[in-house]
Design a protein. Structure first.
Length: 213
């Protein structure tokens, strides 16, 4: 691997936010394509972070630092990726459902998805079913991801899925759900395609969905 790409990869793994800008700019100056930096530096680095998080070798604060490091580099290369017409792994619309104001878990999933090469449209918290429908119509994502951290707001997931069905959008997308009170049984009950038990698992599921298309 190119030494600059290795520096980018290691900065992401170690969560060294201040150490990623120089090798990113250096790699571009050396003639490396933005897509190489994304795939061989950032995505590979976040893959290691995701695996370590899944195995319990690293924890949320470290993952957030790694994600911030990745996003620092992405700020530099994103315009170049767009200019080159680089196709991302897929597009995901994500949000915490209506009535729920928790965002940390959702933010972590969004970061892991971006680290896996997805374009992520983050709707934030307290997202109404109608908002999900509106954005899905406009953005045409492959995946919709919903989070709930309260048992009282879990029902908003089924309401959102129903709204997507009524809008004729359900069959065009895969739906993933997650959050502390959510289970795989609940995901089946509300008609979701998958349950992500943690951020790393959610990113893996999303990749499987787009690769199966």
């Amino acid at each position: 691997m190119n030494d600059l790409l290795q520096q980018i990869r290691q900065a992401v793994i170690a969560g060294r936010v201040n150490d990623v800008t120089a090798p990113t700019n250096g790699a571009l100056a050396a003639g490396l394509a933005a897509q190489e930096i994304l795939n061989q530096g950032l995505v590979q680095g976040m893959a290691v972070v995701g695996a370590e998080f899944k195995e319990g070798k690293t924890f949320i604060p470290e993952v957030l630092l790694s994600a911030r490091t990745m996003q620092t580099s992405m700020t530099i290369i994103r315009p170049l990726l767009a200019k080159a017409g680089v196709k991302m792994a897929g597009k995901v619309v994500i949000g915490t459902v209506k009535g729920d104001l928790h965002e940390i878990g959702k933010d972590l999933v969004a970061m892991m998805l971006e680290g896996s090469g997805f374009e992520v449209i983050d709707l934030g918290k307290d997202v109404a079913p109608e908002k999900f429908v509106e954005v899905v119509k406009r953005e045409k994502p492959e995946i919709v991801a919903m989070s709930a951290l309260l048992t009282t707001t879990m029902r908003a997931m089924s309401q959102t899925i129903l709204c997507l069905k009524e809008a004729g959008l359900r069959e065009k997308i895969k739906i993933m759900v997650g959050g502390a009170p959510v289970t795989s049984d609940f995901a089946q009950q509300v008609g979701a395609d998958a349950y992500g038990s943690n951020a790393s698992a959610a990113a893996e599921l999303a990749l499987k969905f787009v690769q199966a298309r």
